[in-house]
Design a protein around this ligand. Structure first.
Ligand SMILES: Cc1cc2nc3c(=O)[nH]c(=O)nc-3n(C[C@H](O)[C@H](O)[C@H](O)COP(=O)(O)OP(=O)(O)OC[C@H]3O[C@@H](n4cnc5c(N)ncnc54)[C@H](O)[C@@H]3O)c2cc1C
Length: 498
């Protein structure tokens, strides 16, 4: 890569207006580059969308924000107004209520170890809280070991060590003459948590990201740890407000946006990326290209094959049922309730195996937010389930409402109307094949959950967003933007922004 193209100010073409791409765009604009975002739809935010009708509003993408520090840092580094001046962040407390298959329920306080231990002991029996608390200590170790390489730094050239080493310090488990250590989420549940309901709490974190707990590595313990340590957050007005704030920050920093502009390929000149080719046949030249899209969204092979692990395949999607209800949100209703599947084995076989789909775990979201309803006499509730990518129409919606009634009795009687968002809607909004939603990068599992590096095979081409390092989810995709900006501004020697 020519030195002047690394250090100098240049034109940058960004493909897609998803959160990872916009995070890169804002940072690059602040560094003095002339940045233009080419987005194929007519709006920003990618999967972070809102559905509105009759005075009701619903998030159709993520409903909660983990690890807000990533967006706080982005807003500090790109302007005067901190994130909290641009959106209202609210801690969700309790962070979740769990309704288990056997009817037991527990509400877990937000970011409070003592509170969680007490709540679990009371609901599940003495000792359950301690076992979960001890698990969180081990999960913290996994987080400390992977935070830098799997969130804050570009993919290591020797990324194979992340693929091979399990960072979760599992407890030796003696069975007959053999001593084994939990290698998967399910094994942590069975051998360390030793309570089906505690295991269900752990598995629900993996499932919510589309991971099969039977094969997800023990390192997925960082997912509940993240929520526990840094809290669970909601953005007042809906999560789409975060996308709006980021878009507005980009515009303030003079990032140009071209909507309705589908990029069909990356222009290549003299062996490096030189711009983008658009569906209308035009070409936009640039010194650097940042692709913030799923690999299959672009025809140029170099956009697909960055260095490092192969692109992820066969990831699940989400089915979301938006419910407009008569009757106000009751005082004390919990923001997020996880209603666990009656038959977890059938759920997992339907999702990840070849068995027919079975009613699965349903997350019920009931934000306490007047902006989402026409008046106090109505409530907006969203139900979310992980489903196979490409799975058909609204078939599972009725099952989901039935499951959700275990958390919200009388739900169906209050129903004014419902809107179902399928994997096909997610595919239309993001461009990912079959509506697959990528999870964050995780260590171990022979590298199956690692993502390609942010530097593409073609010099001058970089990748941001959920399909490249460090993977999907709002914080991880946001960090990909920081990594790409660092790699462009500082060059290949950039080692992380923290
Ligand atoms: C239903 C749902 C639930 C989710 N739940 C959670 C959650 O609970 N927690 C969490 O942290 N994350 C969650 N996510 C994931 C999170 O929304 C994403 O990881 C995050 O928004 C990052 O997205 P991205 O940067 O990869 O861009 P994407 O959202 O994938 O957007 C890509 C953008 O690129 C555009 N594009 C694609 N191809 C082209 C092209 N050829 N030319 C021009 N533009 C193109 C698309 O139109 C789109 O705007 C969820 C996502 C969905 C859809």
């Amino acid at each position: 890569m020519a030195v002047d193209k690394v250090a100098g100010m240049g034109r940058i073409a960004v493909i897609g207006a998803g959160m990872g791409a916009m995070a890169a765009a804002a940072r690059l604009a602040v560094a003095g580059h002339r940045v233009t975002v080419y987005e194929r739809t007519d709006t920003y935010g990618g999967g972070v969308r809102r559905f509105e009708r009759d005075g009701f509003a619903f998030d159709t993408g993520p409903g909660l924000l983990p690890l807000p520090a990533v967006y706080r840092d982005l807003f500090v580094k790109t302007g005067k107004e901190p994130l909290e001046d641009c959106v209202e962040l609210v801690q969700v407390d309790p962070s979740a209520r769990h309704v288990f298959a056997d009817g037991t329920q527990v509400s877990l306080p937000n970011a409070s170890r003592a509170g969680v231990v007490t709540a679990l002991d009371e609901a599940l029996g003495a000792g359950a809280g301690q076992r979960w608390g001890d698990f969180l200590v081990r999960a913290r170790e996994a987080w400390d070991r992977t935070r830098r390489p799997l969130l804050e730094e570009p993919l290591w050239p020797n990324w194979q060590v992340l693929a091979e080493r399990e960072p979760y310090p599992s407890v030796p488990h003696k069975k007959l003459l053999r001593t084994r250590r939990a290698a998967t989420v399910t094994e942590i549940g069975a051998w360390e948590l030793r309570d089906e309901r505690l295991a269900a709490v752990l598995e629900s974190h993996a499932l919510a990201y589309g991971l099969d707990p039977r094969t997800a590595p023990a390192s997925a313990a960082v997912l509940p740890y993240l929520e526990h340590a840094f809290g669970t957050w909601y953005v007042r007005g809906g999560m789409r407000e975060l996308a709006r704030a980021l878009y507005e920050r980009c515009v303030q920093r003079r990032v140009g946006f071209v909507f309705g502009a589908e990029v069909t390929g990356v222009l290549e000149k003299d062996g490096r990326a030189a711009g983008v080719e658009l569906a209308d046949g035009s070409v936009a030249e640039a010194d650097f290209v940042v692709a913030g899209v799923a690999p299959e969204a672009l025809s140029h092979p170099a956009a697909r094959a960055g260095g490092g692990p192969a692109p992820r395949r066969c990831l699940p999607s989400r089915l979301t049922v938006l419910l407009a209800l008569r009757g106000g949100r009751p005082e004390g209703a919990v923001h997020r309730t996880v209603v666990h599947a009656a038959d977890r084995a059938a759920e997992l076989e339907g999702l990840f195996g070849s068995a027919p789909a079975a009613p699965g775990t349903v997350t019920v979201l009931r934000p306490d937010d007047p902006a989402l309803v026409p008046d106090a006499g109505h409530e907006a509730v969203a139900l979310v389930s992980t489903v196979p990518a490409g799975s058909g129409g609204p078939g599972g919606a009725e099952d989901m409402i039935t499951v959700a009634e275990r958390a919200v009795p009388g739900l169906r009687d209050r129903l004014l109307w419902q809107e179902v968002r399928t994997p096909a809607d997610i595919a239309a909004e993001t461009g990912s094949a079959s509506g697959a939603v990528p999870p964050p990068a995780l260590a171990a599992a022979a590298g199956a959950l690692l993502y390609p590096a942010n530097t593409g095979a073609l010099p001058g081409l970089f990748t941001a967003g959920g399909w490249s390092h460090p993977g999907g989810g709002l914080p991880h995709a946001g960090m990909s933007g920081a990594l790409v900006a660092g790699l462009i501004v500082e060059g290949p020697e950039f080692r992380g922004s923290q």
